[in-house]
Design a protein around this ligand. Structure first.
Ligand code: ZN
Length: 385
């Protein structure tokens, strides 16, 4: 460190060389020897090289004049500046005091305690609002979570919905297909129905068992081409008569079955030219009454065949009774009275024994007429309306 000389000092403000009284320098030297260091020349140089704002602090901190050397002119200028600043501050202070007084006057009637209470209330409200805010934030988080859950659920539901729509489309096309098939089946049913009606109107029984009777001529009645009768000029043999009875028994059996009529007294045994009727008596005994004959025509007929013919007539009467029960308007063409058929009050026995060929043939015509009428009636009852 250089020794302190009067030429080492410069004014902190204008940087002019200073001449200090040696006593001041010595005082400084003494201070340095037993106390802290004063600002070095470097520090002063720093303050001069642009740090002039520290000028006042340096002067205030200085314990001896040499710590903050300043020339007389600068000192006077500084003092003058400080005086004016002080004056300005004092004026400012007065203005502030005046303002305080004015404010006091202006708010002299202010209710401080009420304002404090209001402040307290507001602070309490503030706390409440904060806790409410916290609660709302918690609630918001819960709502957010719920929204996320619901959104996930919605996505799942939408997936499910897509699947269901696809199923719906599949089912719909299936329905359309089924509908087409149904329409086709309905058309088939209508066609079959029309066919059925047409066939029902045909009267299959009448076609299968064609009965031909001509009441105005002495011609012998026929069933499916087999004559049932015998006249002196038309000698029908047993073979044809037996075949005709076979057709009659079969037809009567079919008619009974079609009517759903059940009885156990007569059992019709349709066996072509060897047909017969079994008659069950109330004792349980069964008698076989044949409807086929053979042998001589002299005398006329055959006692065994007569029992079959009478049994047949009784069966026909039972069928006619059943038909009348089903349709009260039904009336057989010729009434049956025991073993006879009545035409215009005249009775014709169906038995051959002790009978004449013409009368027996006539009786067969009446019998086949009744049978033909029964066929028509049974068919009419079964035809769909
Ligand atoms: Zn100066």
């Amino acid at each position: 460190m250089s020794s302190p000389t009067s030429s080492a000092f410069i004014c902190l403000n204008c940087q002019g060389a200073l001449k200090l009284d040696p006593s001041l320098v010595n005082r400084k030297h003494d201070r340095e020897s037993n106390s802290r260091k004063s600002p070095s020349e470097t520090e002063i140089a720093e303050s001069l090289s642009g740090q002039s704002r520290n000028l006042l602090r340096l002067i205030c901190d200085a314990e001896v004049p040499s710590d903050a050397p300043i020339c007389k002119e600068c000192s006077e200028a500084l003092l003058s500046g400080m005086d004016s600043q002080l004056k300005s501050l004092e004026e400012e202070c007065v203005a502030h005091l005046q303002l305080i007084e004015d404010l006091k006057k202006q708010f002299s009637d202010a209710n401080i305690s009420a304002h404090q209470q209001t402040l307290y209330d507001l602070q309490r409200q503030d706390k409440d609002m904060e806790s409410q805010l916290a609660a709302l934030l918690r609630e918001e988080k819960e709502v957010d979570d719920e929204i996320i859950n619901k959104r996930n659920r919605l996505e799942n539901i939408q997936e499910e919905e897509k699947k269901l729509w696809a199923d719906f489309r599949d089912n719909h096309s299936e329905i359309l297909k089924t509908d087409e098939e149904m329409k086709s089946i309905e058309a088939q049913i209508r066609y079959a129905d029309a066919q059925h009606s047409r066939l029902a109107a045909l009267n299959a029984l009448d076609l299968c068992f064609h009965i031909w009777v001509d009441m105005d001529t002495p011609a012998i009645a026929e069933i499916n081409g087999f004559r049932l009768g015998r006249l002196p000029d038309r000698l029908v043999d047993w073979t044809e008569i037996n075949a005709a009875w076979g057709q009659c028994v079969l037809l009567l059996e079919v008619l009974m079955e079609r009517m759903g009529f059940k009885q156990d007294t007569y059992i019709l045994v349709a066996m072509g030219s060897h047909s017969s009727i079994k008659v069950k008596k109330h004792t349980g005994e069964i008698t076989i009454c044949p409807l086929h004959g053979s042998g001589s025509w002299n005398p006329f007929g055959n006692n065994n065949v007569d029992s079959g013919i009478v049994a047949f007539l009784q069966c026909l009467e039972i069928l006619q009774t059943a038909l009348r029960a089903a349709d009260p308007k039904f009336e057989p063409a010729y009434a049956i009275r025991k073993d006879r058929l009545v035409q215009n009050g005249m009775e014709f026995s169906v038995k051959m024994m002790l009978n004449g060929e013409e009368r027996w043939t006539k009786a067969m015509k009446l019998l086949l007429s009744n049978l033909k009428l029964a066929v028509a009636r049974v068919s009419a009852l079964r035809t769909p309306s």
